[in-house]
Ligand binder design. Structure first.
Ligand SMILES: O=P(O)(O)OC[C@H]1O[C@](O)(COP(=O)(O)O)[C@@H](O)[C@@H]1O
Length: 405
């Protein structure tokens, strides 16, 4: 199996001449979010669930009712004309992303995934060291690429697995950034993994630039420009969590019908959690501020007078999903995760759920990426926990020795 690797464009760095221009382009088009507030999903009997007691609670999102007691609402219905109506182009794109993620879900759960993982010809691509793409990353990347291409709606795809963005369709209205299979180092132990994606509008004012250049510039949009973002968690359940700019909503795959069903409308991250999530074997490489913060909250001496617990799966999507559900902070304080594929989409989801995403100092969504594969410290979580953490000032891990695992 071959992976297309494009290497030509000068290290995928934003050329200096654009550093001032790109943020200005970001006023186009105005981002007063695309979608109307009124949300209604049509009723459907839960035939396939056979009265299992599965209930989508009626909730209020921005004053509108969403979900129907004892009824179900699929992702397609949610985003379609009877739902929030994100527009036909985005509906088509989401349908293709869903399909790709169902294929990846099947792949990671397959009895054959471990033999795939042992195709050494695909592993150990030189120069990547510990971050060498695993075969399942590569297959997942190809699945997503083919779905985006087939959608006809994507001008450019930038993937963590590719050196450069891939130009797909002239006139495609969207730009998709993705980490096709995050946490894949866990796959042999059947620990959860996830796909992360972000969707931007194509910047039409760049259309006349050479392909490589416009592909890069479109991919380096700030997170504040996201039209939609999401992750798919491959775990005991397959959960697609997404935001289209008005709240964060999770849909669970019903394996009997193949539909993603709205199960967690309008997720609100608790303003406080009692959980911190970090690889604390790195404690001795942390700066003083981060050590003090963790020492303080685990003794119950922080602003919230309870002892915090540690939870760390080492699979970003899973750690974030738990954080959205229970609150707290999920962090990787070293320069490891990437702003374009992980930082921006996940910060968008957290903010839409009422939390905060930062690099320990700055709001992620306001940062201008200057490199496609730019890495940064990433802190995502409950508003009050994040404020407390940031008040320690010095929380970014600057030394980053080569960890083996
Ligand atoms: O080794 P660390 O610093 O704990 O990093 C673990 C993190 O790296 C990831 O595995 C992503 O790294 P890769 O992009 O190299 O796969 C996340 O899923 C996880 O949260």
């Amino acid at each position: 199996m071959q992976t297309p690797r494009v290497t030509s464009y000068s290290a995928q760095v934003l050329p200096p001449k654009y550093r001032y221009i790109l943020p200005k382009l970001h006023n186009f088009p105005p981002k007063g979010h695309l979608f109307p507030q009124s949300i209604f999903c049509r009723k459907r009997r839960m035939a396939s669930l056979g009265g299992s007691g599965f209930v989508v609670r009626s909730q209020v999102v921005d004053g509108s009712s969403i979900g129907v007691d004892n009824g179900i609402c699929t992702l397609n219905e949610y985003v379609g004309k009877g739902g929030i109506d994100v527009g036909d182009d985005l509906v088509v794109l989401l349908d293709h992303i869903q399909y790709a993620c169902k294929r990846i879900a099947a792949l990671v759960a397959s009895p054959f995934n471990s033999s795939l993982g042992k195709q050494t010809s695909l592993a150990g691509i030189s120069g990547y060291g510990r971050d060498a793409p695993k075969p399942l990353d590569i297959v997942s990347n190809e699945i997503i690429l083919s779905s985006l291409r087939n959608s006809g709606k994507v001008a450019v795809m930038a993937s963590e697995e590719d050196d450069a963005p891939i130009w797909l369709t002239d006139g495609g209205p969207f730009v998709v950034v993705t980490d096709p299979l995050d946490g894949s180092r866990n796959i042999d132990a059947s620990i959860p993994t996830g796909t992360i994606f972000g969707i931007y509008n194509r910047l039409v004012e760049l259309d006349d630039l050479p392909e490589e250049e416009k592909a890069l510039l479109n991919s380096l949009q700030t997170g504040a420009r996201l039209v939609a973002a999401g992750y798919v968690l491959y775990s005991s359940a397959t959960i697609l969590c997404a935001s289209f700019g008005s709240g964060t909503h999770a849909f669970t795959l019903d394996r009997s019908t193949g539909d993603f069903i709205l199960t967690h409308p309008s997720i609100k991250i608790p303003s406080r959690g009692q959980i911190y999530s970090v690889n604390d074997a790195r404690y001795f490489d942390w700066p003083e501020g981060l050590r003090r913060y963790i020492d303080t909250v685990r003794q119950g001496k922080g602003r919230y007078p309870k002892k915090y617990s540690a939870r760390y799966i080492c699979s970003l999507v899973a750690d974030l999903h738990r954080t959205l559900m229970y609150g707290g902070v999920a962090m990787n304080p070293r320069d490891h995760l990437r702003i374009v594929y992980e930082g921006n989409p996940l910060s968008f989801l957290v903010e839409q759920a009422g939390g905060r995403g930062s690099d320990g100092k700055n709001r992620i969504l306001s940062m201008q990426p200057v490199k496609l594969h730019q890495r940064l410290p990433l802190f995502l979580g409950s508003l009050e926990d994040m404020e407390e953490l940031e008040s320690y000032g010095d929380v970014q891990q600057k030394v980053n020795p080569g960890y083996e695992v």
